[in-house]
Design a protein around this ligand. Structure first.
Ligand code: ZN
Length: 702
């Protein structure tokens, strides 16, 4: 930093600090701390920088400097300094605790190990007990959370975080808590309670406690920011903006605060379509294309769930669809787990748009049904449902809607089954919040989904509804399993794993050999040995039928069939690909063309219709599907398809309006047909077919 900069940062400060500025040559820790306390972060940084430079063997200065970075939203720089401190003094408890804190922020399970080490180095470090209590409670492990909080309180009787965790344990169980009063006017304690409500998807209560936090400590800017974010999640945008702006104006400008404000500015690019029970918020640039498909699925899913769950939602559901994945990420930030595709906040759903993902990689309708199940289950249980159950049920609903929806068995899930990494039902929540290996979140979704499938198969689908009602009473998983299913959790695990084993053993056992053989098939295809590709491909596709991604067996076989000019063979193969859930738009279009050429129009139509749930931002798709529907007599469907085509601004305006006009006429909507004929002629006045359509639709009986 230049001298000018330093002078400037000193200029605005209270008089005694000017002295600090003038003595920068010989820094003391106290100087740096004073600047920090007075919010002169640049000054404090410069002071620490000088201190660290002058004292290369001092670990303590590095720890405090790191803590400054950590407080100012730069965990990366902070971590570097903590690591340097530990290199100088390997048993520095504060540095180890700070590492634990950073890991905990990222829901990294190493946090617990670091905190344990910190306690070894300094058994009086009550903050390490507090951190372990926090991690345990995030996992729903109330017993451990309670004992760690007690351990902290035994060292320091007014330890705030420990008190707040004891309060949270009671409040999450819907009990009055004597611990709340002990927080007194210390806002950070209420902020901790709000964190646990948030983790448990209880956003309203989270908001209440954040309000308490900022009332007790008005300059707790972090809590203002969190309050803003949670208000935004529940659609209260005016109040959200006020809180976020307040935090921002007071120099609390972490990524979450700044990005949320930017996101809210971008709302002007969106438009909202409302019905009595839904609000659909779409980006203006794609609203016309997406709206009919999203609205139809939204209505269909809600009607299905209303019947299935025997529950009517009293609040409208808002669905927000983001074409820019970064906007979506901001909308959902701060949640544990993977980069999701959709997230539900009470009756608000935020999700990626199909246009924001590579074609074929995202089944948006499946995601929409998944999230909508959450809306019902959260509402029905007053947000008391454990994470594993609502996720499992949502995954279960995806394939219940249609067997080709939902996620396929992926190689990482196969590996987890092979290595016996599925969690016992009593502990499965842990896999969602604090994964101990990279794919554990995905594996946990799969496992929870399969658990719900299994319950439905063995005890009947209505048992899932009974369980929702039990979870609404805020009862723990273990008790609900024992009572509702009449088995111990251990017995359940045993039976469930036996079912998984039966269902997947062929794939799990054959996986590595299958991989090898797919490589051989790829070589045979390159060598033009098509008969061998077909024979070998068909022999192994049953080992791992769920694999439909790049380099799948169905593709190799179908291509080989086509090379031999055997269309029936290719059609049969691609039929299998489609049925098991294959999603690549080009492959599906190829399949539809084969069906169409063979005169199987209805099947061709169904094949293309699958793509509307996957990648509807495709002019060619709508044109072809519209044409097919006209041939099969589905005029209403053709109208929808040609409207979608027009919403994509096709080059051939005259032809597109004409096609839509013909579809309207076939659907008996003569006035609309005439309007389209006029639009077509506006684009191309001499377009004969449109002239004819205009005549046909003007006046007369016809
Ligand atoms: Zn979910």
């Amino acid at each position: 930093m230049t001298m000018w900069g330093r002078m400037a940062s000193c200029a605005g400060l209270a008089v005694p600090l000017v002295l600090v500025c003038s003595t920068l040559g010989a820094q003391t820790l106290q100087n740096a701390e004073t600047l920090w306390r007075n919010h002169d972060y640049d000054g404090a940084k410069a002071a620490f920088e000088a201190l660290v430079k002058a004292n290369p063997k001092n670990a303590e200065y590095r720890v405090r400097y790191g803590q400054l970075f950590y407080e100012r939203f730069n965990s990366e720089e902070a971590q570097k300094l903590f690591e340097e401190a530990l290199a100088i003094d390997p048993k520095n408890a504060q540095a180890m605790l700070a590492e634990a804190q950073i890991a905990a922020d990222e829901f990294d399970p190493k946090a617990n190990d670091f905190a344990t080490k910190a306690l070894e180095y300094d058994p009086k470090l009550y903050q390490a007990h507090e951190l372990m209590a926090r991690i345990a409670l995030e996992d729903d492990n109330t017993k451990k959370a309670d004992s760690e909080a007690d351990a902290a309180l035994a060292i320091k009787s007014d330890a705030l975080e420990a008190i707040a965790i004891k309060a949270s344990i009671d409040l999450l169980a819907d009990k009055e808590s004597p611990w709340v009063a002990k927080i007194g006017n210390r806002g950070e304690g209420y902020e901790t309670i709000a964190h646990f409500y948030m983790i448990n998807r209880r956003y309203e209560e989270s908001i209440q406690y954040l309000v308490k936090a900022v009332t007790a400590t008005p300059d707790l800017w972090k809590a203002h920011s969190e309050l803003g974010v949670n208000l935004m999640r529940l659609g209260r945008e005016g109040d959200a903006r006020k809180e976020l702006q307040l935090a921002y104006d007071n120099h609390f400008r972490d990524a979450e605060t700044a990005n949320t404000l930017t996101l809210m500015d971008s709302y002007s690019k969106f438009t909202t379509f409302e019905t009595r029970s839904t609000a659909l918020r779409l980006n203006k640039k794609e609203a016309d294309v997406l709206r009919p498909y999203f609205q139809e699925e939204l209505d269909r899913a809600m009607a299905t769930y209303e019947k299935k769950y025997k529950f009517h939602l009293n609040v409208p559901v808002q669905v927000e669809v983001y074409p820019d994945h970064e906007d979506f990420a901001v909308r959902t930030m701060g949640m544990p787990g993977l980069g999701a595709l959709g997230v539900t906040f009470n009756n608000y759903i935020a999700m990626d748009s199909p246009s924001g993902r590579p074609p074929g990689q995202f089944h948006w309708a499946s995601t929409l049904w998944h999230e909508l199940s959450h809306v019902y289950v959260l509402e029905m249980t007053n947000e008391r449902v454990p994470r594993w159950f609502t996720e499992g049920l949502s995954v279960h609903e995806e394939t219940a809607a249609s067997p080709d929806w939902g996620d396929r068995l992926s190689p990482e899930i196969i590996a987890a089954i092979r290595d016996k990494k599925l969690l016992p039902i009593a502990e499965i929540d842990r896999g969602f919040v604090h994964p101990t290996y990279q794919a554990q979140v995905i594996v946990s979704y799969y496992e929870a989904g399969k658990i719900c499938d299994y319950i439905s198969e063995r005890w009947g689908e209505s048992k899932l509804l009974d369980m929702i009602h039990e979870f609404a009473k805020n009862r723990p998983t273990v008790d609900v399993i024992k009572e509702q299913l009449g088995v111990t959790p251990e017995a359940f695990d045993k039976d469930f794993l036996a079912m998984i084993d039966k269902e997947t053993s062929k794939t799990v056992a054959g996986f590595s050999d299958w991989t090898k053989q797919v490589r051989e098939i790829s070589q045979l295809a390159k060598d033009g040995k098509y008969d061998e590709v077909i024979a070998k491909g068909r022999a192994i596709e049953g080992i791992y039928p769920d694999y439909v991604e790049a380099g799948n067996v169905y593709d190799f076989v179908a291509e080989a069939c086509l090379k031999k000019d055997d269309k029936a063979c290719a059609m049969e193969e691609l039929g299998r690909y489609s049925k098991i859930g294959g999603r690549d738009p080009e492959t599906m279009k190829k399949y539809a063309k084969l069906l169409q050429d063979a005169g199987k129009l209805k099947e061709a139509e169904a094949a293309l219709e699958r793509l509307n749930f996957i990648f509807p931002v495709d002019a060619e798709l709508h044109e072809r599907l519209g044409g097919l529907m006209m041939q099969t007599g589905d005029a209403k469907g053709a109208v929808r398809e040609y409207q979608a085509l027009l919403a994509m601004h096709p080059i051939d305006q005259a032809g597109s309006h004409y096609n839509l006009g013909k579809a309207f006429l076939a659907a008996g909507q003569k006035d609309q047909a005439r309007e389209e004929a006029v639009s077509s002629l506006e684009a191309a006045p001499n377009f004969k077919p449109a002239q004819k359509l205009l005549l046909e639709t003007s006046g007369g009986e016809k």
